[in-house]
Structures are given as structure tokens and as C-alpha cells.
Design a protein around this ligand. Sequence first.
Ligand SMILES: Cc1ncc(COP(=O)(O)O)c(C=O)c1O
Length: 394
Amino acid sequence: MTYAYYKEVFKNESMPFAYLDKDLLDLNIKDILVRSGNKKIRIASKSVRNKWVLEYLLASSEQIQGIMCFTAEEAAWLADEGFDDLLVAYPTFHDEDVRKIIPALRSDKTIYLMTDLDGHLDKLQDIAKQENVVIPVCLDMDMTTRFPGVYFGVYRSSVNNVQSAKRYFDKLKTCPNLRLGALMGYEAQIAGVGDNAQGKSIMNGIIRMLKKKSIKEIAERRKAIYDMALEYGFSPEVVNGGGTGSLETTRQEDCVSEVTVGSGFYASHLFDNYKIFKHRPAAAYAIEVVRKPQKDIYTCLGGGYVASGTFGMDKIPHPHLPKGSKLVPNEMAGEVQTPIIYKGNEEINLGDPIFMRHSKSGELCEHFKELLIVSQGQITNRVPTYRGEGKCFL
Ligand SMILES: Cc1ncc(COP(=O)(O)O)c(C=O)c1O
């Protein structure tokens, strides 16, 4: 899609605003279904943060089912709003937060809570017993790989081999109000680390080599822990793995019943840097040119939505359209002013938009109350983000 196309579509909108191009989203969905092979797809809601989009994705294919939530409060809210099969991917510890999901469990909704430590199980067992319910739990299997001098992965779960899984299963056997409904292993170092960054060919090569070794190891670990769960007599209905960046490899593991996808739907720019897939920039935001301090410089109002995680250029928003626009190295994207260098052929006047892409898909929605849905040259809908619904989970 061109600068002229979006400029025309949004000519009456005041800025800033965020949009979702449904035509590009549909193409991303198509590609993601193919990339996931015969695995079911669970939507990572943190990378979507919009109820209308969640509903749209679930309705788009039977292969897409279930939501990976980021807090228990969010899961309880989504259950109230009619969603089901909600897996909370990070531990919930505060009593009040755990209790938020109990009404949904009582009305036969499925919400899994994440665990790996005795402390998690003790807390959930206590509350489940007091409330006289059974809480479905998910074991988070650590999927990191250790190379000499490199911790390749994320610091999350303590269960990283069959011995620690055995300890977890022994403990779980002593918790009558908990049920092992799911296993999850998120290989962040494969799914979330790009291996095709521009101008970094040596680093890309190293990452690809580490990934190759890690993929083999984690497949074996996931299978070994899954087999052990079965030996213990557990029968988890969900074995979840992966993320947008690892579908081609996670889908090859027989024991995996479903993959997770979030970021690939909007396709924020962090996901441009993978060798084996390319999704389309479906979501972006517009900032307004309000100054022209000198030739080829267009200063816009706002725009500085920097992403979480390690700091670096890959966390800064990227000018998207018109093609060839760049940030000013000494200023980057600012809280109130973002100067853009543009030397191309588009005529840019005061009041015109510059379209920007966020580094992370879901975080974009924390800065806007709604997404403008665009299709075939029209704004077809305006749908509230989580933030627009007054919800701020994380
Ligand atoms: C547990 C878990 N699974 C899967 C994902 C993948 O999400 P996405 O497809 O948005 O990269 C994430 C992202 O951080 C995650 O934390």
C-alpha cells in the first residue's frame, strides 16, 4: 500500500491515530495458517490488545482457537465478554488476582493459570480448596539453551529438565484442587529473536547457528517432559509452544498440540528481521506534520512510542510511509515532537501524515483508544483497544 492510498483514506482524521489494514491482516492470517501446518493456533492477546480483533481472528478459521492472556484479570474480563479457553501465560500470585477467575471457572469456562514453582502450586491449591473449585494449571517448561558464555533464552521457568519436572509433578500430585490441563514451553530465543537484521550479517549467522542447535535440544526436552507427565497419569489437553518467529520449527514437534501467534497478525517491525517469513505491516500509526524547520525536515506532533525490552534501535518506531522517510539520529521519536527527514518525491505539507510502525505489535494499542479498521480504501470500523475500554492490564 502506498503513502497516497493511506493519505486519501485518512484525509479527514485528526492525528495521531492508529489503524489496522484489514486487507493486509487477512493476508497475514492466511500466511500464518500455512506456517502453522496442522497445529491449532492460540492468539497471544498481549500482541493484539483489542477485543474486536480477537473476535475477528477467532472467526477467521477453525484452526485459530483459544487465547493466551497476560494476566488473570484480563482472562476474567475476556471470559465475562464471552471468550473461552484462556491460558494465562505468566504466574498469578496475589490472592485477589487468583480469585478473579473463580466465577468464570464456576460457569464452566476454562482458564489455565501458569505455574512452575512449589510456591505457585501451594498458593493456587489453598485458594482452590477454600473456594471448593478445581483450578486447571499449566506447567511452564523452560526452553532455554546454555552455550558456553551465552544464556540463549529468557529467565522464566525453573523447570528445565526431567528431574525438575519430576519434582513439579510429585508436588502437583499432592494438590487435589489442581488439575494439569496444559504444558507450555516458549522458545523465546527462536520465536522472538530475528536472524536477518540489515547490516548485521555476522551476528545473523551466529544467531542462526545457535538457533539450529537450540531447536533440536528443546524438541527433545519438551517431548521428555510431556512423556513424563503421561507416565504420572496426567493428561494435559494442551501442549503449547512457540510464537510468531518459530512456527516452522515448533509445528514439527509431534507432542505439540498448538502454537501461539500474536505479533504476526499486526506485524510490527521487530518481525521484519526473520529469514524464513515476511508478514505485511497491517498496523501502524499516523503523526501530523506541524513544522518545516528546514528543507527536507518535517517535524510531527508526538510519535515517541518506544518498545519494552533491551534498549536499541530495534525498539524505536520506524517511519513507514512515505517510503524513504527517516528519523533524525540526534532526536529519534520524541514525546512531543518527531522530526522526519524526507527527500523523496511526495509533496508533504503542514497537516499531512507520516505513518509510523511500532516495534512491538500490542504495545501500539497502549497508546491509542481505538484502531481505525481500513479495507478497500475505506475506514470500515473504529474499534476500541484495551486502553480504549479503560483496561490497562500490563
Ligand atoms: C509465553 C509466550 N508465548 C508466545 C509468545 C509469542 O508471542 P508473539 O507471537 O506475539 O511473538 C510470547 C511472547 O512474548 C510469550 O511470552
